[in-house]
Design a protein around this ligand. Structure first.
Ligand SMILES: Cc1cc2nc3c(=O)[nH]c(=O)nc-3n(C[C@H](O)[C@H](O)[C@H](O)COP(=O)(O)OP(=O)(O)OC[C@H]3O[C@@H](n4cnc5c(N)ncnc54)[C@H](O)[C@@H]3O)c2cc1C
Length: 358
């Protein structure tokens, strides 16, 4: 006998778990979440866990505020609102960040520009060479991504070790999913497969332009005397960033090796060079052509929905985007209008770039 479900979600990362949780909040309980490996095993567990309202695109600021409300209600996710500190050494970036501060203020975000002296009061170990300005927001911070997924997943029908191998479409409508453990008949599929979303969407004949870009992170068990309340600090030009992790620090950037990352790291945080690196890991950013999310419902087949392309922000956007997708599934009026993030923008040759990508 073929199993049936009202909704099948593909991918058990932060996004899939959030969609499933929000569907249950809306009263939809016949929902199955399929994960080929284990919950959070994709990009979510590799993430720095950063959460910020300092974005340049108004929609991303709105998503951040809505998401933060939800993060603040979760217990056991180690939410630390120690701020995000952006360090700027390029005049054009300073102008962009000042314009974004005005936007953020108009939406109620308490972000602010700092002088270099003020930035050094927050992180005295920084080398200020070349810096022109900084911005800071103490709403921002980070949390533990796996804990967020577990918070969402309590009591949901989650199938781990269950890979989706095909999506059945009949008469322009979704009809079911094929999995390594059998078929599930369903009329609604939500693709939350992260960096693998283009493969999963292709199973339904939908083309999603997202690609995986490897990003590395490193952990040192020592903190080099950096402050206990350390913001997630980003050297914006190089992309080098760091934050506190228990007694030590985690740090990363765009470089693919520790040797390559050592150069921008040494330039901004020389103390890091003296600290032992205990472990490293990597994961994929699921990158879209304009570094903004790809979220919505396909024109065809009907009832194929997708949420991907977060380009480095998918963990923190999971609450509000998950809510949005659940509302689309349930036919509710969306709390946030995210229609500008729909796939169709690419077919129209449009883009909606987010400038503050790390
Ligand atoms: C080093 C690094 C640092 C980052 N830092 C941050 C940060 O500070 N803040 C932030 O917001 N974001 C950050 N990100 C990005 C963030 O991790 C992702 O945007 C986010 O985790 C995406 O969540 P997701 O649920 O969409 O995808 P994923 O967590 O990748 O989940 C997708 C899941 O789908 C599953 N899957 C794929 N194909 C199939 C299939 N056929 N059948 C069944 N299951 C399938 C995968 O196994 C995977 O578990 C970072 C990423 C990296 C790599």
């Amino acid at each position: 006998m073929t199993e049936t479900a009202e909704v099948v979600i593909v991918g058990g990362g932060a996004m899939g778990a959030s969609v499933a949780w929000h569907l249950r909040e809306l009263g939809l309980t016949d929902v199955v979440l399929l994960e080929r490996d284990s919950l959070a095993s994709g990009s979510t567990s590799k993430s720095a866990g950063g959460i910020r309202a300092q974005f340049a695109d108004e929609l991303n600021v709105r998503i951040a505020l809505r998401s933060l409300d939800e993060f603040e209600r979760m217990e056991g996710i180690d939410l630390r609102q120690d701020g995000y500190l952006f360090l700027l050494d390029d005049e054009a970036d300073v102008a962009r960040f000042q314009a974004a501060l005005a936007l953020q203020h108009s939406l109620g975000v308490p972000s602010r520009e700092l002088s270099i002296e003020e930035a050094l009061e927050i992180v005295p170990q920084l080398d200020p060479e070349g810096l022109l300005a900084a911005t800071f927001c103490d709403l921002d911070g980070y949390a533990t991504p796996e804990a967020v997924v577990q918070w969402y997943a309590r009591g949901l029908d989650v199938r781990q070790g269950c890979e989706v191998t095909g999506i059945d479409v009949a008469g322009g409508r979704v009809a079911g999913v094929e999995t390594a453990k059998g078929r599930i008949a369903t009329e609604v599929v939500v693709c939350c497969a992260g960096a693998w979303s283009s493969e999963v969407a292709a199973m339904a004949g939908v083309e999603i332009p997202v690609r995986g870009e490897p990003r590395w992170m490193f952990f040192t068990p020592e903190d080099g005397g950096l402050p206990e309340r350390l913001p997630l600090t980003i050297d914006f030009t190089s992309g080098f960033y760091f934050h506190r992790e228990g007694p030590g620090l985690v740090f990363g950037g765009r470089e693919q090796t520790l040797e390559a990352l050592a150069e921008p790291a040494a330039r901004r945080l020389p103390a890091l060079l003296d600290l032992p690196v205990q472990s490293s890991w990597w994961g994929y950013y699921e990158v879209s052509p304009d570094h903004n999310a790809i979220v919505g419902e396909a024109a065809e087949p009907s009832r194929f929905l997708y949420a991907t392309g977060f380009s480095g922000h998918g963990f923190q956007q999971a609450p509000a985007v998950g809510e949005h997708v659940a509302e689309l599934v349930a036919g509710r009026e969306p709390t946030l209008d995210l229609s500008a993030f729909a796939l169709e923008r690419f077919a129209r040759g449009e883009s909606r770039p987010e400038a503050f990508v790390i």
